[in-house]
Write a protein of this length. Structure first.
Length: 442
């Protein structure tokens, strides 16, 4: 005989199980749809991330020139330097200003000839103007020109479009140039330029070495004051642009050394003072202040390149507490009389230091006739033989890429000693090789 109580319990248990099964069947599609709905935003976010991808941060190198050529005798030397760089791994060349000596005339023909020399570079060449090129042209030795008129001439002939000087037969640059003249307020500032290459933002500025062209005469210093504002705005835009591009570093190219030296021995106050005891108003005060703001805002390494006479790199920037800003480095280029030298800058995101510097040196037989020798020549610094730069086919560079606009009667007499007047730093470069001198990193 069955137990009525046990039957009722069994019935209730069976009913509960049936309810649970029905509930699972009813809510299963809803839960699945909800899971799918939550997965869609995640999938979209993942797809967006995959589409954007990490910034391109492959290692590369570029070459730095400045303060050259000074006189016609250095023209064939610089031509050979450009040829040798063309055979190297450098992605491009930057010239930090002063394409002529202070004693050479600022006449149209000479400026055009020097620009044509730069345009013969096998690698893209980006040039920024220096004091010798426009700001000091009012001197009698330079021809007594109006500096602003000379600057306008450069803007028309060297910075008239987005093209770089060169790049010659080797192909065009793998980056786009942006000029400040694209901003309505700064239409005339064609020379201030910016580009992005493999994770690094490059900025070119018109910062001449004659106290930034500050004029001590009475009245409004219009050219100086307007350009100070343009420089400040351009650096601010560069900082924002670097953040948008997730840049790993910044490089600023300008002819002038903004004279950080007083800050090294004079304390923090000298960094922002007008240094009235030295020469009146400091034309670089605003620029140094802007560099400190930039270094504070941008956390990656910043490299400032100026036009010098010998390769020199320091860390002269101080913060508001007087401490060295470790992320900021100043690099000075080689220059006349060391026209046979240049600086090779290696950029490697994988290294502990993003920027590394080495010196390049022409072989002793290079540059005597606007081309380089193919014969093996002794290297006085390394004791090894090095081959002069030439094209891969063996044809001299001057034959493949003849001078464009250079005077036919240019003198080509140069010293046979590549180290005359300079301190040896690294060995000569053979074609398709790079200098193996001791590297400097910052």
């Amino acid at each position: 005989m069955s137990n009525p109580r046990r039957s009722r319990v069994s019935c209730r248990t069976g009913l509960l199980a049936a309810c649970l099964v029905a509930l699972a069947l009813a809510t299963g599609p809803t839960l699945t749809a909800a899971a799918q709905g939550n997965a869609k935003p995640a999938a979209k976010a993942a797809a967006k991330t995959a589409t954007k991808g990490p910034p391109q941060t492959l290692p590369f190198e570029f070459a730095v020139l400045g303060n050259t050529p000074f006189g016609n005798t250095e023209v064939p030397v610089v031509r050979s330097v450009l040829a040798t760089i063309g055979d190297s791994q450098a992605a491009f060349v930057v010239h930090a200003g002063n394409l002529k000596d202070a004693t050479e005339s600022c006449r149209d023909e000479l400026i055009t000839q020097r620009l044509s020399l730069f345009s013969s570079s096998p690698k893209p060449l980006i040039y920024v103007p220096g004091a010798n090129d426009w700001a000091d042209c009012q001197r009698g030795t330079d021809g007594g020109y109006n500096p602003v008129e000379r600057l306008d001439f450069l803007r028309e002939h060297a910075f008239d479009d987005e093209a770089v000087l060169g790049p010659g037969p080797a192909g065009y640059a793998q980056f786009d140039l942006t000029r400040q003249s694209e901003m309505a307020r700064f239409r005339q500032y064609h020379e201030n330029v910016r580009w992005f290459y493999r994770g690094v933002v490059f900025v070119g500025l018109n910062l001449p070495g004659n106290n930034n062209n500050y004029r001590s005469a009475g009245g409004r210093n219009g050219e100086f004051e307007d350009r100070v504002i343009a420089t400040r705005v351009w650096l601010q835009h560069a900082a924002v642009y670097a953040q948008q591009k997730d840049a790993i570093g910044m490089v600023i190219i300008a002819q002038a050394d903004p004279e950080f030296e007083p800050a090294r021995g004079g304390g923090l106050g000298s960094l922002f003072s007008d240094r009235s005891a030295r020469r009146g108003v400091d034309g670089y005060k605003d620029f140094r202040t802007q560099l400190l703001r930039l270094a504070t805002r941008f956390k990656g390494p910043i490299l400032l390149i100026d036009s010098g006479k010998t390769m020199r790199h320091t860390q002269p920037l101080r913060d508001v507490h007087g401490a060295t800003v470790k992320s900021f480095t100043q690099l000075s280029s080689f220059g006349s009389p060391a026209a046979n030298r240049w600086v090779r800058v290696s950029v490697d995101p994988r290294a502990s230091q993003l920027f590394r510097f080495e010196s390049g040196l022409l072989p002793a037989t290079a540059g005597r006739s606007g081309s380089t020798a193919a014969a093996s020549t002794p290297n006085p610094e390394s004791g090894r033989a090095s081959t002069g730069a030439a094209s891969a086919s063996g044809t001299p560079y001057s034959t493949l890429y003849p001078a464009s606009g250079l005077a036919s009667g240019t003198s080509s007499s140069v010293s046979s000693d590549p180290n005359q007047g300079v301190m040896p730093i690294g060995p000569a470069l053979a074609p398709n090789t790079t200098a193996h001198s001791t590297a400097h990193s910052h």
